[in-house]
Design a protein around this ligand. Structure first.
Ligand code: AHM
Ligand code: MG
Length: 341
């Protein structure tokens, strides 16, 4: 044989194959979980198709506009919301869904079978950036249901992040990426648009123990509590022995900011402030799935006092502060916020 099999395998590891191989690590796996991930990757491609057209067609307008074919034009975030729901509602393995775009639970239509998993998603995070062609993303979280059968309930959805069975995000950037974890490390796939396949580009991502980048909306500085202000000032002080000052990077698209943090290390913060004591980001749709990913890569995620994944959610759209990234950076932030430094 001309090429050794392992070389070919690592070059052409598709997302589909990766999911299938992962299934073998779980002897009792029925394949339902794999089909969920396939469904999500298809939904992601459908969203990406519209995202890439965003500058070409009049898709950014109000929902009541009509496009040249006479279809009602949807905003991209509403399109993404509906696309993910419709790609997943008939798969047969979900009992209920919840989306950041919807106040209430999204039930599975009666005519389709109900399964044992719950899907929670943020269809298009950072959508405020669409008009400027800045990277945006989708985030997803999968839990196993708690109730026995039939329609899923709020109880199935409101589980702490540590109970997630899988989580991931999709990045619509200069290329499109699908990053996911089922509790066996974090793996990143880049779409090859010429063949329509996600190919493994980032096997087993590990976040550096400590970084030199902080990412926060510093425009809110004067609203922060003094401890948070002191922490930021510390990061900006010059001290070669602790590699300070840190560099500042803030895209304002959570998925993109967290993705960079995952690869380069450092910390992303969305703290509480005088106006919004719990910050802006939502526990179920944003913080939990990203915390799961970053922990799986060897990092940490905290609300400043407590591990994000340990928080018991009380409501669907609850917000929490978020400090996420390299383990040492998150620990340092916690020390400042608890007044230990
Ligand atoms: P969204 O879900 O409505 O898009 O809001 C979340 C976004 C995140 O992507 C981003 O990190 C954050 O809001 C930016 O907020 P701010 O503009 O306050 O810095
Ligand atoms: Mg969001």
């Amino acid at each position: 044989m001309k090429y050794p099999p392992t070389a070919i395998a690592s070059r052409f590891m598709t997302l589909e194959r990766h999911i299938e191989e992962g299934k073998r690590l779980h002897p009792g796996a029925t394949g339902e979980f794999s089909r969920l991930l396939h469904g999500l990757s298809l939904a992601a491609k459908l969203v990406w198709r519209e995202v890439t057209k965003a500058g070409l067609v009049n898709i950014l307008g109000a929902t009541d506009r009509t496009n040249t074919s006479g279809d009602v034009v949807k905003k991209l975030d509403e399109f993404a919301d509906e696309t993910i729901y419709k790609a997943m509602d008939h798969v047969g393995h979900l009992c209920v869904m919840a989306s950041e775009e919807n106040e209430d639970l999204l039930h599975i239509p009666e005519q389709y079978p109900h399964g044992k998993y719950v899907l929670v998603y943020d269809p298009l995070d950072g959508s405020g950036n669409i008009d400027a062609n800045v990277t945006i993303g989708s985030i997803f979280s999968i839990h196993k249901r708690i109730t026995a059968s039939g329609k899923g309930t709020l109880q199935d959805v409101l589980q702490p992040g540590c109970k997630q069975a899988a989580a991931g995000y999709v990045l619509y950037g200069s290329s499109m990426m699908f990053v996911y974890s089922t509790g066996q490390g974090v793996h990143g796939f880049t779409l090859d648009p010429t063949v329509g396949e996600f190919l493994c580009s980032h096997e087993n991502i590990r976040i550096p123990q400590r970084g030199q980048i902080y990412s926060v909306n510093e425009g809110n500085f004067n609203r922060w509590e003094p401890a948070m202000q002191r922490y930021l000032q510390y990061l900006k002080q010059e001290d070669e022995s602790t590699s300070r000052p840190y560099s500042a990077r803030y895209i304002g698209s959570l998925v993109a900011d967290v993705h960079r943090t995952l690869l380069y290390g450092g910390i992303y913060c969305y703290p509480g402030d005088r106006k919004n004591p719990n910050g802006k980001l939502r526990l179920m749709y944003e913080n939990n799935p990203l915390a799961y990913i970053v922990e799986q890569a060897g990092g940490a995620a905290s609300n400043g006092k407590q591990r994000i994944l340990d928080i018991k959610p009380e409501t669907l759209h609850q917000r929490t502060p978020l400090f996420i990234g390299s383990i040492e950076d998150v620990k340092l932030a916690e020390e400042f916020l608890s007044g230990k430094r």
